[in-house]
Each structure stands twice: as C-alpha cells, then as structure tokens.
Write a new protein. Structure first.
Length: 217
C-alpha cells in the first residue's frame, strides 16, 4: 500500500486515452487560475512536418449533449478523426465554456437568443464580451510538448493571431467547417458576418455531415 502511495505522488497527469477514433495520449495542464486544460495528441514524439492542431473550447451543450444550437460537437469529433487519419497532431481542449463567459452566462445568453437577440448581442446585453477567450496558455501547452509551428484547424482568425502573438508559427490555416444545420444557421451566419469567422455563406446546412478541407489565409 505504501509503495502505491509513493507511486501515486510521483505520477504525472499523462496517460493513454482509447477512443472510438483511436488511441490518444492525454495530458492535463493547470493554468494560474486553477483551470484544467487537456491536450490530446498522437505522433508528437517524432514528427517531420508541422502537426495538425485544433484549439477546442469546452462546450458542454454541444460536446456532451449533442446540442444543435452550435457546431462544437461535430467540430470536436471531426478534429479527432482528422488527426488520427493524419497520424500526427493535437487537440487543445480548453476550459473556456461559452467563448470564455462560463456555463451559467452562456445559458442566460441562450435565453436572450430565444427572445430574438443573436449570439453576439446576447453576450453584450449581459455586460459580457462577445469573446473572452485568450490563447497564451494554448501556446504554453504546445511549447511544453515541443511544438513550435502548427497547421491550425480553425475558422476563427483570433485563434491564428492568438498563437502567433505568443510565439507559435502558423504554417497553414485549415478551414474546419462541419456540423452546420438549419438550427444553427443563424448562429454561424452571425459569427461570419459580425465576428469575422471565415465561414463561406455558400456552405449551406445540407452539407452538415461534410468537412471542408484545404488551406486558406
């Protein structure tokens, strides 16, 4: 028993995570505020080109409950599948629920959206920022696992700039469009028109099960 206790005291938060997409290595990093962020990865011990990386902000409603109000759940699943297919990459699962405003405020924003506000104005009506996320700790996590340059799966230019400004090179930006449906069409349109997300209007909800690939700046 004493031997087990000694082992437990020395063990790192670093283990194998088997998933329906394949095995990932999962490591947990704790920021200065005590929030626990996860890094899922494969192939980072020996890579010859910039790894495929996705920064995914926690979304309980989409990731766990399958909400159709957003595209978060499908984006997470798609990134897991794409990284396994690539054989080298990482998902940074950041505890930044509701674009950083937290779960309670996010659901309050949902209630305001039911009254006719869009996703941006709902946050502002609560005296909260449209997007409160920061990416310095993402860069820290990547550097800790030896990654200095990435191919980033994102539709959000703020993520590109957030990594670049914190010392991570962006070799390519890869569009990550999936999960679009009739229910979240207005939400995604608002992100494109008012928040600068790179979501082409011609990608309609009937393409919801497909992922747009390629590179774009």
């Amino acid at each position: 028993m004493q031997k087990n206790k000694i082992l437990a005291q020395k063990i790192q938060s670093d283990a194998v995570l088997p998933t329906e997409y394949g095995n990932f290595r999962i490591r947990v990093f704790v920021d200065s505020q005590g929030a626990e962020h996860a890094l899922l990865s494969i192939g980072l011990d020996n890579f010859s080109k910039a790894p495929l990386v996705r920064i995914h902000s926690e979304c309980l409603t989409g990731d766990a409950f399958g909400s159709l109000k957003c595209d978060c759940g499908p984006q997470l699943k798609s990134s897991m599948a794409r990284i396994q297919e690539e054989g080298c990459g990482a998902i940074l699962y950041m505890r930044q629920e509701g674009r950083g405003i937290g779960l309670k405020a996010k659901i309050q924003a949902y209630a305001l959206q039911e009254q006719g506000l869009d996703t941006l104005d709902a946050n502002l009506a609560l005296n909260l920022p449209a997007d409160a996320r920061e990416y310095d700790f993402c860069a820290f996590m990547l550097k800790k696992v030896g990654v200095e340059s990435v191919r980033l799966m994102t539709n959000n230019p703020l993520k590109v700039e957030g990594l670049r400004s914190n010392g991570i090179g962006i070799e390519r930006r890869l569009p990550h469009i999936t999960g679009r449906c009739q229910t979240n069409e207005h939400y995604l349109s608002t992100k494109a028109k008012r928040m600068g997300h790179l979501i082409p209007e011609q990608v309609k909800y009937h393409l919801t099960c497909k992922t747009t690939e390629g590179d774009s700046w």
